[in-house]
Design a protein around this ligand. Structure first.
Ligand code: ATP
Ligand code: MG
Length: 248
């Protein structure tokens, strides 16, 4: 994959695929992660592979919620870890928050590998090993979290989360910020803030918004309050529909 020339029109997309493929080879990403990535790519195509205005608004709202949080936690799965390891470390530093590995297809071995991988990329004290079944309404394996991390978090950023788990975290009273390229997914519909953008663009964008909003609590409160998740998803759908009509 390293022989893809930078000038190739699909350079970013092909290099991103290579990261996921390498992640599977090294035991960081599950086979299912490849399928999830493919679904994401299809939706990214519909967006024009760029951050659309409603996504930029959601990224700002995400930053506001994370800054207002008492205990914000970044929840990381295999795909997210291999796609944005350095960018997650930068966001953790900007928020001084916790990072927890949280897997749908969980094995303790993969949790350990991912924690070590993220720490090698600059994340600090990554949680997730030995997580206990703590999330009500989810079966034993999928309902695991650490008490100091996701269980006690008030705001959780969960890129590429499953719809059920997103809803279960909402039912616990948490503010759940997701990054999901599919605005029709159950995840997007059940989140407090759903960012319809590629995690490769969304995580750095959220970090930039954190830097811009930091120290201005009133602005954070204003931005968080003004965000309407249903309206944002509608605007996202309208954007896609208008773009397809213009192309057709
Ligand atoms: P539901 O949310 O309806 O329960 P699901 O979570 O079961 O659906 P999956 O295909 O397992 O559906 O979830 C993967 C999701 O992650 C897809 O919606 C896909 O669009 C999204 N996704 C994949 N890669 C990326 C990426 N790089 N950035 C953002 N989102 C992505
Ligand atoms: Mg989903």
């Amino acid at each position: 994959m390293t022989d893809v020339p930078r000038s190739h029109p699909r350079y970013e997309s092909l290099m991103t695929r290579a990261r996921v493929e390498e992640g599977v080879r090294s035991g960081l990403v599950s086979m299912q992660g490849l399928i999830a990535h493919g679904r994401g790519e299809a939706f990214d195509y519909l967006l024009g592979e760029g951050t659309i205005p409603p996504a930029a608004e959601a990224e700002r709202a995400a930053a506001a919620h994370l800054l207002l949080a008492r205990n914000p936690v970044l929840s990381v799965n295999g795909n997210t870890a291999v796609l944005v390891p350095d960018e997650l470390a930068a966001l953790q530093k900007a928020l001084r928050c916790k990072v927890e590995v949280n897997l749908f297809h969980r094995t303790e071995e993969r949790v350990r590998r991912l924690a070590a991988f993220l720490e090698a990329h600059g994340c600090e004290r990554v949680l997730g090993e030995g997580a206990q079944p703590t999330i009500p309404g989810l079966d034993h394996e999928r309902g695991r979290s650490t008490v100091e991390g996701i269980f006690s978090a008030d705001v959780v950023l969960v890129p590429l989360e499953d719809g059920d788990r997103c809803q279960a975290l909402r039912d616990m009273g948490k503010t759940v910020v997701v990054v999901d390229l599919n605005p029709l997914s159950r995840t997007a519909k059940s989140a407090s803030v759903s960012v319809t953008d590629n995690v490769r663009r969304a995580v750095p964008a959220i970090t930039r918004e954190v830097e811009a909003l930091r120290g201005d609590r009133a602005a954070c409160e204003r931005v968080a309050k003004a965000f309407d998740p249903a309206r944002n998803l509608r605007e996202t759908m309208d954007f896609i529909a208008a773009r397809l009509r213009a192309l057709g």
